[in-house]
Every structure is written in C-alpha cells, then in structure tokens.
Design a protein around this ligand. Structure first.
Ligand code: SAH
Ligand code: SF4
Length: 371
C-alpha cells in the first residue's frame, strides 16, 4: 500500500469488530485478552477516542489508534425542534458520504420518558419511491455495522445531557427504542444491519431488548423470509402505502419485483412464525391513496392479520409532486379502517418545525415505539 492509498482509505472502525475480533487484535498487539473487554466497554459507553480509555496503558491506546478508528462519523450539523423534543443530526462518514439520524423524546406509558433513535442504514437508497427524498437522491453505499452503531452511541452520549459524564449503564437509562427508518433500505444491507442489531442486543454491547428495535422495509420478500427465521424477536414494519398492485407499482418501483401476491404471504408467515404483530406504514398522499374506497380495500387486504397500520402524513420534500391530505381527510381514512376492525394510528405532526430532509424520519418513527 503506498502512502497515497493509506491517506485516502479510512481505517476500519472499532465498532465493526465483535468481541472475538477485538480480542484477536489486542492479542496480536501482545496484550492480554481482558484488555479487549475494557475497550468494548468504553466503545459502547459512547467514547469516541482511544485517549479517553483511561484505564488502558498508553502504548496500547497508541497501537490501537494506529490500526482502527474509535469513531468514524463526524457530526456536522444539528437542528433541534423548538419544543426540544426532536434533534436531527447530519453525519459525515469517513469517506465524505452523508447520513442523517434523529433522536426524539416522548412520553410513554405511565408518562415515563422514552427516547427513540431513528438510524440510517445506507447513504442514499436505490429503491426510488416517488414520494421519498432519499429515494429521489439515488444510492450511495451501504453503511457498515459500526457506522450504524455510532449514530446511536452518539445520541446516547450527547443527547441525554451527559456530555461530561459517560452515559449511564443500560439498566438505568430511559428506555431507548431504535428504529431503522432513516435513510436507506435496511434489508438491502441485511448483514450489516443484523450485525448492528446483535451488538445493540448483546450484553457486551448495549444490552437493549430486541423488542425495542424495529426494522422498516420497502418489502424485500427474500429478506422478510430470512428475518422471520432470525432468533431475535425484532419488530418488523412494512412500507405498504397502497392497497393494490396498480397503485403500488406507480409509486413504489419495488412492487414490480415483489408484488402484493408475494409480499402479503411473507408478512402472514412472519406473524405466524413469530407471534408478533406486524406494522404497516401508509403515507397519506392527497388524491392518490387517501380515498375511503382505498381504506376499505386496505382493510380487506389486511383482514385476519395480526397487524397495526401507521398512517403517516406526507412530509413535503423539495421536489415533491405529492401533497399531504387535509387533517379531516386523514382522520376519516383512519376511521374507515378502524370501523373495518383494523388497528390504526394517525398522529398529528405538531411541534416538528425542523426540516426532515429525507422526508420521513420524525413522523413515521415516532409511533413505532413499544411501551
Ligand atoms: N427504506 C425503508 C426505511 C426508511 S423510510 C422503508 O421504505 O421502509 C421510513 C418510512 O418513511 C417509510 O415508510 C417510508 O415510506 C416513509 N416515507 C418516505 N418518504 C416519506 C415522506 N415524504 N413523507 C412521509 N413518509 C415518508
Ligand atoms: Fe428507499 Fe425507503 Fe425511501 Fe423507498 S421510502 S426510496 S425504500 S428509503
């Protein structure tokens, strides 16, 4: 490798390593295995440089810093809603790619504070849904597991008001929900997303319950099958947005590959195998998918399935052809579903005065949280 290449290639991220990988590295450097556990603990407490790992010998810190990066995301812009509830951060990845993540605080059951972190799984997205700013911007690349984890660790450290102290241990933190509803299609980056989820869940990682993690997919059928067979009980949300193939084809190109005739049986199989309720997301687009007949058609499609429909008011995007329906239209649509026996939520979008550039982050993520 010449000097030029070395300068241009970002170092591998420490968070991409699992305990075995880190132990191997530490022993190669000639240090005892238990040092790997110390490093792991610091990393999952949100520390962003080896120098902060004060109980490690200095030569080990230097040797690690030469080989791997303790952090590879640079937060570049952050905006907070005026009510202080939502914070959105734009991160530069090591190679300059950009992703966004959102942190929200909200009251859960018995008014306990809950936080939800909405993470990106890819820079850009290849699926080109007509109403989505990310999709219209095209595809960049997959994020590594470490880059996904770092978005979360950033908020745990910075946003929970503990910039000076380290984040609290998992059992004394407010309940944190993670939703893969930022930029990108998580199931198109399946292995890295699953690797990050295992680290979120593992005792050596964040120790977060799998039921506090939800993955949202545009409907990639082979990966839905694969996900159904995963040992962890992770939540699944499907971006449906239309009750029939003709309409779905016209706003979501993926439907031409995996039509409802394939998608719906995969969803039914997930519910049957896991016993978990599935969430269907449905972005309301004025004059496109918001009529009473379409609500009835949706109810017929979902009849008998253990599920829940999240109605998402369309977030305007810069080049958007679509418009959010009136509040009254959206409420009526929800009522029609409700009367047809389909559990449904429609949240208002008040308080969100920051621009959600990828069009979806806040409103859609907010109502996926278990109590
Ligand atoms: N790629 C995944 C996850 C990211 S998008 C997926 O499509 O499911 C998260 C949610 O926001 C999806 O349901 C998506 O369809 C929705 N969304 C996209 N653009 C939106 C917009 N402009 N307004 C409201 N929701 C939007
Ligand atoms: Fe990609 Fe999801 Fe946006 Fe569709 S809605 S373009 S799958 S990020």
């Amino acid at each position: 490798m010449n000097a030029m290449t070395t300068a241009l290639t970002p170092k591998p991220s420490a968070l991409d390593l699992d305990p075995d990988g880190l132990t191997e590295l530490v022993t190669t450097i000639g240090q005892p295995r238990y040092r790997a556990q110390q490093v792991m603990r610091w990393l999952y407490r949100g520390v962003r440089s080896f120098d902060e790992m004060t109980d490690l010998p200095k030569p080990l810190r230097t040797a690690l810093a030469e080989r791997i990066a303790a952090s590879s995301l640079k937060p570049s812009r952050s905006s907070r809603s005026s009510d202080g509830v939502t914070t959105k951060v734009l991160f530069h990845l090591g190679d300059g790619a950009l992703v966004e993540s959102v942190h929200m605080r909200h009251a859960g059951a018995r008014n306990k504070v809950r936080t939800t972190i909405c993470v990106s799984s890819q820079a850009g997205c290849a699926y080109g849904c007509a109403f989505c700013a990310t999709g219209q911007g095209g595809y960049g690349r997959n994020l590594t597991s470490g880059e996904i984890l770092e978005q979360i660790l950033f908020f745990l450290r910075e946003e929970e008001g503990q910039t000076d102290a380290l984040p609290l241990p998992a059992n004394s933190r407010p309940v944190t929900n993670i939703v893969f509803m930022g930029m990108g299609e998580p199931f198109a980056n399946y292995d890295n997303v699953m690797q990050s989820i295992r680290a979120l869940n593992a005792p050596w990682g964040l120790g977060l319950g799998a039921r506090h993690i939800t993955v949202s997919t545009v409907g990639l059928v082979p990966q839905i099958h694969q996900f159904t067979a995963e040992p962890l009980q992770i939540g699944l949300a499907i971006s449906l947005h239309a009750p029939n193939d003709e309409l779905r084809d016209s706003i979501m190109p993926v439907n031409r590959k995996y039509s409802l005739a394939e998608l719906m049986p995969a969803c039914r199989e997930y519910v049957a195998a896991t016993g978990r309720r599935i969430t269907f997301e449905y972005v309301l687009l004025a004059g496109v998918n918001d009529a009473d007949e379409q609500a009835l058609e949706l109810a017929r499609l979902l009849r008998g399935l253990l599920c829940h429909v999240n109605l998402i008011p369309m977030n305007p995007t810069a080049s958007s052809l679509f418009v959010r329906p009136s509040g009254e239209r959206m409420r009526t649509f929800a009522e029609v579903l409700d009367l047809a026996g389909i559990p449904v939520t429609l949240r208002d979008t008040q308080g969100g005065d920051i621009q959600a550039a990828c069009g979806q982050l806040r409103t859609s993520a907010q109502r996926l949280v278990p109590d």
